[in-house]
Design a protein around this ligand. Structure first.
Ligand code: KMH
Ligand code: ZN
Length: 277
């Protein structure tokens, strides 16, 4: 059977990377929108969005997300996925307000973990609350799996009836404190994926490219971008998110895998259509 078209997500911003790490990291709404539009033009179907203040401080302020999403939608058809993870240390209330920006999709992390030297908190009550708020607005969650135990949590919630197929997962591999980015881990996670569900893979740092290639070969989808990796290759900073997306498109072309448009991505990942203001 031919695999479905490849859905590429561009994670252009994140909450941790700074201009000191790579001057092309976007902070202002203008910079963020330009990076997202560039990533769409390069082949991304989904933009995974974080907010920043002009000095680079991460923010979940609703007005920042609204402005980003409204301006992105004026310029292109990319699907807008908001981060409900935000940055470590943010409260649940702060993180969840971004659902008000009318996104096409939102992330939902499946457990608490060490995140570098910090703790990324996602208790079960938080997961249930976030899911309830998403359901109330008919916003589909993307289940973020940072380690094997989070897959068990997700499966438990399937058994409880909180999730049902088709459901999209994102395997975020190589975060210090989470699961390593290697083929064995990815094969294990995919083996536990419920039937009729889809997955994408986000590899951190130097694992971004090999994880993208592996995901394509395994029939999955791919997330790339500055949130996860700032380098084009060892010692060479990427100049834009578009550059990282374009490389995945070239890989897919070489492997004879077609790349999905946002509309096709919506269908493949079962993202309901939304009214855009
Ligand atoms: N910034 C991380 C602590 C998400 O976007 O949902 C969490 C994160 C996950 O980036
Ligand atoms: Zn994120």
């Amino acid at each position: 059977m031919r695999r479905p078209k490849l859905v590429i997500t561009a994670a252009c911003i994140g909450a941790e990377v700074m201009k000191e790490d790579n001057p092309a990291v976007p902070y202002t709404v203008d910079e963020i929108v330009d990076q997202i539009v560039g990533a769409r033009e390069a082949g991304a179907a989904i933009a995974h969005i974080h907010g920043r203040l002009p000095d680079g401080t991460p923010t979940q302020a609703l007005e920042v997300y609204r402005e980003i999403i409204d301006r992105v939608r004026e310029r292109c058809d990319v699907l807008c996925q908001v981060s409900t993870g935000g940055a470590v240390g943010m409260s649940a209330k702060e993180r969840i307000q971004v659902l008000g920006a009318n996104p096409d999709m939102a992330t939902l992390s499946m457990g608490t973990m060490n995140f570098g030297r910090d703790v990324f908190e996602n208790t079960l009550p938080m997961i249930e609350l976030f899911l309830e708020k998403m359901r109330a607005r008919d916003i589909p969650p993307e289940l973020e799996i940072f380690d094997a135990g989070m897959m068990d949590t997700a499966l438990r919630l399937f058994r409880k009836g909180l999730f049902q197929p088709p459901q999209h997962f994102d395997f975020v591999l190589g975060v210090p404190g989470g699961m390593a980015a290697d083929i064995e881990g990815l094969v294990y996670l995919r083996s536990r994926l419920p039937a009729d569900c889809t997955f994408s893979v986000a590899g951190m740092g130097p694992s971004q490219l090999p994880m993208a290639a592996t995901a394509i070969l395994m029939g999955g989808h791919v997330r790339v971008g500055f949130e996860d990796n700032l380098y084009y290759r060892k010692g060479q900073l990427a100049t834009s998110n578009a550059e990282l997306v374009a490389r995945v498109v070239r890989l897919a072309n070489e492997l004879d895998v077609a790349v999905a448009t946002p509309e096709e991505g919506r269908e493949i990942l079962a993202i309901p259509a939304r009214e855009h203001a």
